[in-house]
Each structure stands twice: as structure tokens, then as C-alpha cells.
Design a protein around this ligand. Structure first.
Ligand SMILES: O=P(O)(O)O[C@H]1O[C@H](CO)[C@@H](O)[C@H]1O
Ligand SMILES: Nc1nc2[nH]cnc2c(=O)[nH]1
Length: 319
């Protein structure tokens, strides 16, 4: 049952009048005009007909990390293709499903496949499922991603707790919240000028460190740099990211976490270091997506265990 083509994904040039652009309008404003409160309610209503339990935890699976959803029991799988106005993942290592079910005693929704700006989606489109998951009832977001290790002390296979991010598209004037700020989202609370200084929940960060200790996993902690992609970085760019305090680099996460902060999610971010970044002009290694997927799949079990236990903690401490 497919309701709608990908044309709803916030791109211009479709027959839908809500997508036609006024002169000079920012693509994110067009996307946000398309994903009206009513339309998001329609999407949420559609999903609620299929899934009657309210999810508490939302999980976004990074490249090669879709297996996280396999931990979920009593699964209900809702393909993106079935959901009205939902985009599709087009990248290897990303499936296109919302997976609902139980994880260590809590009801969760997993995005098995995310959206990236380099696929042609606006950052607002990439982030909008976060709002859907919030409106479905989730209060905690666990966002995972594959990333290159900018920090020279990091090794391939390390897991980095994201303590903060550098949102490069945002610094260049591309923020998913550009456009009309619908007051009705103030429920979450969604102000026009949302603070993002604590977008990654400090208490969650500390808790995940405890969980990792129990599993004898040494976690890294650092700043994730979100770039547009699809190119991996030049040596000069990596050197710049280091100077700016970046520890890991990827092409996702920052727009999702921005929207998550806006709609009141408490967020935990985990970046799996899948490759080293180019450091000097004598380096012959270049990152390739196949390696990213291979390392993600190799380390998925470890990450799954940490997330499983972390969800158990949320269950024991929710108010
Ligand atoms: O961030 P995720 O989706 O985990 O994937 C990362 O890996 C891909 C590049 O290999 C890019 O999509 C980058 O963002
Ligand atoms: N931008 C970027 N994304 C990645 N995803 C996985 N590895 C990398 C990387 O080195 N750079």
C-alpha cells in the first residue's frame, strides 16, 4: 500500500502547491511549509492505526547499524514506502523501515535508515521524522552514526559518545528549522530561537559511561562534525576540523539533533569510528563506504549491548 511518491520529500518542482516556491524562498522553508502540523498529524495518525502502543524511545540507526532493530522483540515493521509523505533511504547500509517493538522492557521505534542531504533531501526533510517520532510519544532519542576519526588518538572501531557538535550546514545558513515556526509545536516546546547548548543530554552521557564500564568497553567522548557530503574530506579540511575541536566527522546527525532539541527530546548520541581520516599528504589510505559498512557491522553487537542496557536504565529511572 503506497500512498505517495518521493515527491513529497521537500523537493521543489512537484505538482503539490504547498511545495511551489515563492521567489527566493529557502528550500527548508518550502519543506517546512509542506510538512505542516496537520500533515505530520496525518502521518502520525496513519502509523497509530498500525501500531497502537506508544513508543518511549526513538532510535536512529546509522550506516551499517540497521541491525540494532533486530534486538527488538514483537516487532511491527512499517516500510517508509507505506507511510504517506515519507521519504526513502537511498544509501547502501540504510534500509527504509520504522521498526516498533520491545527493547529491554520499553517500547521503541527504530529508524532503520536515515536521510542525508547528499541524497538530495533538504536538511528539514532529513530531520522531519524526528518530529514524527516525538509526536508518536517518544521522549528519548538515541542517535547513532558511522564517522571518520578526526582525533588522532581514536582507533577504528572506537565508539564515541557525542558531547557536542559542529553543525557546518547550519553555520552556512542551512538549518532544518528555517521557515515558519508553527506555534502548535510549542507543546514540545519549539521556540523560534531554540537553545542547543545542551542538545546532548549530560545525564545520559554519564549514564552511558557507567553502562560501558560494566561491559568493559572504553568509550571515547568528543565533538561530532556534521558536513554535507557526499565527498569525504580533504586533508586540509580534516586539519581544519582538528583545529576547531572536532573529534569525528560524518554527514548526518546534526540536523536530526537540532530538531530533537527543538521538540524537547532528551538525546544520546553515539558515533562509531569506522575509518581514520586523511592526515598528511603521504597517506595513501582513502575512506570508502564499503569499509564504513564493514566496520559498522563488525561492531554492531557491542553497540547493541550498550543501547540495550541504556534503555534498561531509562526504564528504571523514568518519572
Ligand atoms: O551518518 P551515517 O548515516 O551513519 O553514515 C555515514 O557514513 C556515510 C559515508 O560512508 C555517510 O552517510 C555518513 O554520514
Ligand atoms: N564525512 C565523513 N563521513 C563519514 N562517515 C564515515 N566515515 C566518514 C568520514 O571519514 N567522513
Amino acid at each position: 500500500m503506497s500512498h505517495q511518491t518521493n515527491s513529497s520529500a521537500g523537493l521543489t518542482g512537484t505538482a503539490d502547491s504547498s511545495l511551489s516556491s515563492s521567489v527566493g524562498e529557502h528550500p527548508n522553508a518550502i519543506t517546512n511549509r509542506f510538512y505542516t502540523y496537520e500533515r505530520v498529524e496525518e502521518i502520525v495518525g496513519f502509523i497509530q492505526k498500525l501500531v497502537t502502543t506508544k513508543p518511549e524511545i526513538a532510535i536512529i540507526c546509522g550506516s551499517g547499524l540497521g541491525g540494532l532493530a533486530e534486538l527488538v522483540t514483537d516487532k511491527i515493521v512499517v516500510p517508509y514506502a507505506d507511510i504517506p509523505h515519507f521519504p526513502r533511504s537511498t544509501v547502501v547500509g540504510h534500509r527504509s523501515n520504522l521498526v516498533f517493538g520491545n527493547l529491554n522492557g520499553l517500547y521503541v521505534v527504530c529508524m532503520q535508515g536515515r536521510f542525508h542531504p547528499y541524497e538530495g533531501y533538504t536538511t528539514a526533510t532529513c530531520a522531519f521524522p524526528v518530529r514524527v517520532m516525538r509526536m508518536l510519544g517518544a521522549h528519548t532519542l538515541i542517535v547513532t552514526c558511522a564517522a571518520g576519526g578526526v582525533n588522532k588518538g581514536f582507533s577504528v572501531g572506537d565508539i564515541m559518545l557525542i558531547k557536542d557538535h559542529l553543525n557546518f550546514p547550519n553555520l552556512a545558513g542551512n538549518n532544518p528549522l528555517i521557515g515558519h515556526n508553527d506555534e502548535r509545536y510549542h507543546l514540545f516546546p519549539g521556540p523560534r530561537f531554540p537553545p542547543v547548548g545542551h542538545a546532548y543530554d549530560r545525564a545520559y552521557l554519564l549514564k552511558m559511561k557507567e553502562v560501558a564500564k560494566k561491559h568493559n568497553v572504553e568509550l571515547r567522548e568528543g565533538v561530532y562534525c556534521g558536513l554535507g557530503g557526499p565527498c569525504y574530506e580533504t586533508i586540509a579540511e580534516i586539519n581544519m576540523l582538528r583545529i576547531l575541536g572536532g573529534d569525528a566527522v560524518g554527514m548526518s546527525t546534526v540536523h536530526e539533533v537540532t530538531l530533537a532539541a527543538h521538540c524537547g527530546f532528551r538525546t544520546l548520541g553515539l558515533a562509531l569510528i569506522t575509518n581514520k581520516c586523511l592526515s598528511d599528504y603521504n597517506t595513501t589510505y582513502e575512506p570508502v563506504h564499503e569499509d564504513v559498512i564493514r566496520i559498522s557491522e563488525l561492531k554492531a553487537n557491542e553497540l547493541q549491548q550498550l543501547i540495550f542496557d541504556f534503555v534498561g536504565f531509562i526504564k528504571d529511572h523514568r518519572t
